[in-house]
Write a protein that binds this ligand. Sequence first.
Ligand SMILES: NC(=O)c1ccc[n+]([C@@H]2O[C@H](COP(=O)([O-])OP(=O)(O)OC[C@H]3O[C@@H](n4cnc5c(N)ncnc54)[C@H](OP(=O)(O)O)[C@@H]3O)[C@@H](O)[C@H]2O)c1
Length: 272
Amino acid sequence: MAQQQITLLGCGKMGSAMLEGWLADRNLDANFTIIEPHQTHLGWLEDQTAVRLYADCVAAIADGAPVSTMIVLAVKPQMMDDAIAGLGMMKHADCAYLSIAAGISTGWLKQRLGDNAIVIRAMPNTPAAIGKGITALYADAPDHVRDLASQLLAAVGQVVHVQDESLMDGVTALSGSGPAYVFLLVEAMTEAGIEAGLPDDLAVELAKATVCGAGALMAAVDTTPAILRENVTSKGGTTAAALAVLMADDGLASLMTKAVAAAKARSIALGE
Ligand SMILES: NC(=O)c1ccc[n+]([C@@H]2O[C@H](COP(=O)([O-])OP(=O)(O)OC[C@H]3O[C@@H](n4cnc5c(N)ncnc54)[C@H](OP(=O)(O)O)[C@@H]3O)[C@@H](O)[C@H]2O)c1
């Protein structure tokens, strides 16, 4: 691939995580133009010769920022309209757009970027910050655009391709928001351990290590989560007693279904 010119619009939590992955990717030959109004958290970019940092697009254009191969839209959904309006001359017929915003459809983006604009959409999640994210990519676009987007997203973890854009709201609700559900699980297990008489620090250490260890085990073996669960559940034992509560009709599955449905509804609403 020829050298790429990547513009990142919004370098907050997710933008920074992606940029870190891109800079570490030795197979990615690219220069980066970063547009981010608040830069106090970006001191680590000072020594990066491939990165040019600007507060807004006007400053980038005035400084002669190159035409972008791809503009990655990584602002909050609520800021997207203003952010796109601010792109000005950075919009160019030759560039493609990759949005990671929850809820915002490619149709909505094309209304603002032009009907002929190449617009693709992805949903990463926060483990991207340590290269362990999973991103769903919806890319109805030429191969070279899909390949570049896949490479950018693979720099922060696993990439799965989604053929139907309407699935992106469910993806957002499951894996985009999902890390928060797991953190809440650790919080809930910690509280339950304290309630069971454990000291606070021991409870949090046990809860965290249990979730991390179970996740690592699940990733390491070729066994379904259901079989892994059955493997640690002996009839009449302690785990079975707990699972009888968690797997009751109004238990975890029912709660999780309601939670994911609520997140999906919110994703749909953000796009309206
Ligand atoms: N965090 C996640 O877990 C996650 C997961 C998947 C997808 N996403 C998506 O990723 C996007 C970014 O989320 P985030 O968590 O990284 O949010 P964030 O930390 O708030 O980052 C967004 C950054 O964009 C800046 N910004 C606002 N307007 C701008 C403009 N016109 N031009 C350039 N930069 C501008 C914001 O500055 P100010 O703070 O000054 O507004 C902020 O620093 C969202 O659309 C979200 O749906 C996030």
